[in-house]
Design a protein around this ligand. Sequence first.
Ligand SMILES: *[C@@H]1O[C@H](CO)[C@@H](O)[C@H](O)[C@H]1NC(C)=O
Ligand SMILES: *[C@@H]1O[C@H](CO)[C@@H](O)[C@H](O)[C@H]1NC(C)=O
Ligand SMILES: *[C@@H]1O[C@H](CO)[C@@H](O)[C@H](O)[C@H]1NC(C)=O
Ligand SMILES: *[C@@H]1O[C@H](CO)[C@@H](O)[C@H](O)[C@H]1NC(C)=O
Ligand SMILES: *[C@@H]1O[C@H](CO)[C@@H](O)[C@H](O)[C@H]1NC(C)=O
Ligand SMILES: *[C@@H]1O[C@H](CO)[C@@H](O)[C@H](O)[C@H]1NC(C)=O
Ligand SMILES: *[C@@H]1O[C@H](CO)[C@@H](O)[C@H](O)[C@H]1NC(C)=O
Ligand SMILES: *[C@@H]1O[C@H](CO)[C@@H](O)[C@H](O)[C@H]1NC(C)=O
Ligand SMILES: *[C@@H]1O[C@H](CO)[C@@H](O)[C@H](O)[C@H]1NC(C)=O
Ligand SMILES: CC(=O)N[C@H]1CO[C@H](CO)[C@@H](O)[C@@H]1O
Length: 585
Amino acid sequence: MDVIKVLVILLSVSLVEILGHNHQPKDQDAKNNWWQHEVFYQIYPRSFQDSNGDGIGDLQGITSRLQYFKDTGITAVWLSPIYESPMVDFGYDISNYTNIQPEYGTLEDFDVLIAKANELGIKVILDFVPNHSSNQHPWFLKSVAREPGYEDFYVWQNGSLLENGTRVPPNNWLSVFSGSAWEWNDERQQFYLRQFTFGQPDLNYRNPAVIQAMDDVMLFWLNKGIAGFRIDAVIYIYEDALLRDEPLSGTTDDPNVESYLNHIYTRNQPEDYLLLQHWRQLLDNYTASQGGPRRIMMTEGYATVAQLMEYYEDANGVQGPEFPFNFDFITEVNENSTAADFVFYIERWLIYMPHGHVANWVMGNHDNPRVASRFGVKSVDAMNMLLMTLPGIAITYNGEELGMTDYRNISWEDTVDQPACEAGRDSYQTISRDPERTPMQWSDELNAGFSTSNHTWLPVNPNYKDLNLRNQQQARQSHYKVYQSLLKLRQLPVLKNGSFIPDVVNSRVFAFKRELKGEHTLLTLLNVKNRTEQVDLTDFIDQPNRLSVLVVGVDSHHRVGDRLKAESIELAPFEGLVIQLNKRK
Ligand SMILES: *[C@@H]1O[C@H](CO)[C@@H](O)[C@H](O)[C@H]1NC(C)=O
Ligand SMILES: *[C@@H]1O[C@H](CO)[C@@H](O)[C@H](O)[C@H]1NC(C)=O
Ligand SMILES: *[C@@H]1O[C@H](CO)[C@@H](O)[C@H](O)[C@H]1NC(C)=O
Ligand SMILES: *[C@@H]1O[C@H](CO)[C@@H](O)[C@H](O)[C@H]1NC(C)=O
Ligand SMILES: *[C@@H]1O[C@H](CO)[C@@H](O)[C@H](O)[C@H]1NC(C)=O
Ligand SMILES: *[C@@H]1O[C@H](CO)[C@@H](O)[C@H](O)[C@H]1NC(C)=O
Ligand SMILES: *[C@@H]1O[C@H](CO)[C@@H](O)[C@H](O)[C@H]1NC(C)=O
Ligand SMILES: *[C@@H]1O[C@H](CO)[C@@H](O)[C@H](O)[C@H]1NC(C)=O
Ligand SMILES: *[C@@H]1O[C@H](CO)[C@@H](O)[C@H](O)[C@H]1NC(C)=O
Ligand SMILES: CC(=O)N[C@H]1CO[C@H](CO)[C@@H](O)[C@@H]1O
């Protein structure tokens, strides 16, 4: 059956369940706007499910868990890289853009994954890593050998030779990891640009043949039936054509660290936006010619809010990706933030966002500590309530629906994250990204049900004995059940399309309303501090109104269905509530 039809049926069924009557979305809308209120669930394939007992997650493992997404209410997933790679940076260093990493399976496994996902109405987004290839990629090897057609696939420069015989790079650009961004190649007798490790040479996007090659890669995967791309590290794609030195930042005296320079010639160059606009055209053309749901593009880049907004569309209104990831819940707020800080950063995105676009909220990913470790384990449910009741798109990193925690206590011997290894035995622990990448905790069986191997690529967090999906499915209340009920709630028109009205109640508590004509208003209420609060919302809520509780966290004294009085609502430390306002007739 047609994916869209399945989606429509699923949607209508849930709406009937929630509302007691039928809101049939128009088929056309469902097609074009399917992504606008979607929950995108990030799968870290290496840690999700191992099917062959080698201790490493794989594609067949993901396929075997697709039903889990359907049961949870997730209809779109994005996969961190699965391409062939020497795995120096766990797949962010690609040696063949059109093949699957053998540890993860084969192209046939991928076809099966897509077919099964389609059957279940789940869309698949792939990670696309254009900033560089691996130095093992045949393109690079050919470029080193100056094979015709490949000479300029990468950014090659002579640099200069000092009188005493020392070679110096063409300019002062620095690698994100450490030291010069230029690596000398003996065979070709030139420097190549690499903004990450020496094994990750930057592709030269000023060469039309490179653009064509990457377009072909995109079409290869689109033809396999994916719904779009998540594009990695977009701010690094282009560098200044004149190779000008970057000015000193003045914030550090260490000439080897990235922050020594102000990166005005290597980040967020105007051409980055043009390339994304080109890819957007490619995707739109593809959708137009092939039919089916809109193929979309979401981009990763840590940048200022003004720079990010230009990815949505530029000053001339030319469209870029459907949305650039909003990392504010990771980069701007933390365990010490006040209620006003939260509201400020939510509003900032909404205010800066150009008209006609859709907001998005990233609560976690494979590069940052988990929610339970950033905000505290008590905040897990409240943060999911926040994520799921804001306007627009929600992005969940695998395991966050269970409230998984970082496993910081990974030994030096077991550490595999490249930057952590480079940092050395004494300081790896604070910067390592391994703690948030440990295997998914499915059950209390061996290796949390992730693998039957004696050795998993990263250790399983020992807390899996209690903290696992099966326990949470069986418990009367659990983080998972809260998450599931929030996903169901998202089918309500008021959450899809309602206005957003926030209120800072005091420095510890904030609230926001979602309102839509003809629908019950929803209210989300969050206590972000460690003390019990008694709040009075009479100024914020139109009277008279009856308040009934829709979603509560696992530790709450409130229950779903409870009636509350606007003049006095008690919130436990870090508690969140989702409340429905029922107008008195
Ligand atoms: C990349 O993988 C594809 C399989 O899709 C294979 O046909 C091709 O030969 C590989 N390319 C290189 C350069 O190894
Ligand atoms: C780079 O060096 C080579 C060999 O010394 C020389 O032939 C070439 O002209 C140089 N290229 C530039 C752009 O200076
Ligand atoms: C050559 O000169 C440069 C610049 O003065 C200096 O940094 C470098 O150490 C010298 N190299 C040798 C081998 O003397
Ligand atoms: C998209 O289609 C338009 C119209 O056919 C064409 O001019 C343009 O080159 C195409 N762009 C891409 C990137 O495929
Ligand atoms: C929060 O504040 C405490 C106490 O000042 C401090 O130790 C901690 O590092 C802060 N956390 C963050 C993420 O800034
Ligand atoms: C950390 O790991 C070491 C070695 O495996 C173990 O002895 C210790 O108990 C662990 N500590 C915590 C807090 O888990
Ligand atoms: C796992 O460990 C057990 C006990 O140490 C051993 O008998 C078994 O052969 C090991 N299995 C594998 C696949 O290495
Ligand atoms: C509500 O949905 C309609 C139809 O999809 C759309 O045109 C409108 O812009 C949406 N309103 C809001 C506030 O998002
Ligand atoms: C919150 O307060 C309680 C009681 O004072 C204390 O035990 C707990 O550690 C605190 N939690 C956080 C996350 O600060
Ligand atoms: C933003 C970013 O870091 N993007 C990727 C570019 O390449 C490096 C090195 O592989 C990766 O670590 C990044 O994830």
